[in-house]
Design a protein around this ligand. Sequence first.
Ligand SMILES: CC(=O)N[C@H]1[C@@H](O[C@@H]2[C@H](O)[C@H](O)[C@@H](O)[C@H](O)[C@H]2O)O[C@H](CO)[C@@H](O)[C@@H]1O
Ligand SMILES: [Zn+2]
Length: 295
Amino acid sequence: MTDLPGRRLLLVHAHPDDESINNGVTMARYAAEGAHVTLVTCTLGERGEVIPPGLAHLSGAALGGHRRGELADAMRALGVDDFRLLGGPGRFADSGMMGLSDNDDPGCLWQADIDAAATLLVDVIREVRPQVLVTYDPNGGYGHPDHIQAHRIAMRAVELAAEAGCPVAKVYWNRVPRSHLEDAFARLRDELPGLPFDKAAEVEDVPGVVDDALVTTEIRGDGTPYAAAKAAAMRAHATQITVAEPYFVLSNDLAQPLLTTEYYELVRGERGAGDGRESDLFAGVTATSEHGVAP
Ligand SMILES: CC(=O)N[C@H]1[C@@H](O[C@@H]2[C@H](O)[C@H](O)[C@@H](O)[C@H](O)[C@H]2O)O[C@H](CO)[C@@H](O)[C@@H]1O
Ligand SMILES: [Zn+2]
């Protein structure tokens, strides 16, 4: 694998928009630094709600196709050109929110066989040979069936890839430290009267919120072009997200902070040297002949 850029990052997400919300700064930074960034999205989000009234007619396959276009626009904003749908467009349907009858759709991600879906992701790992993989925690951040399955598929694919001689050196889960969110929500509540939003979400509504001690790594984007890139990528997902920096809402119209520092928990692999949190997902990834960072 000598023709690949040195550093290779793979992100596994459930729907178009999750990548920008969770990792927009991270993806933009590493793409700008010349790393190879690969996004795998598991569904097209065809069971999502639609915010703009002018697009309210979109549903099902039409919405899925439209969100595929939003994803391409978001990737352009982040400078990422390798973005794929797991198993190809429409292979796995959006499962809907937990508890809905949509979850019983035999073609939806929630009903997918984990090993079969993970094998599709192993094909990507064999091709790209990422040193680092990012996905959700076991609860998918907030309990959405597709997020939970994306976690299960990604973690199983890492196991299968290692057995096949394609180890992923470091695996991270998306996280947000509670204390940071509490400060950000305090500011949001103060500023809410001047915002184009009526209500604020709660700290516990934010996917992946955990005690600070669990957060091993932070990728800072404040004061960099990567923060603006993230906001532009989130705006590209206009059916799902309305941005009024430094805040945004989903279709539930509950305002939450648009985070320009992104946080992670290292769950597999060795932390980089030094005290405190890592500031680089590739910290400690040693150059090797096959999978490491090129010397
Ligand atoms: C961020 C995310 O994962 N969005 C999912 C989610 O969408 C939410 C859902 O429609 C909910 O009913 C709304 O209240 C909330 O505002 C939405 O963010 O679930 C959708 C259906 O599975 C999915 O398409 C969307 O990407
Ligand atoms: Zn999602």
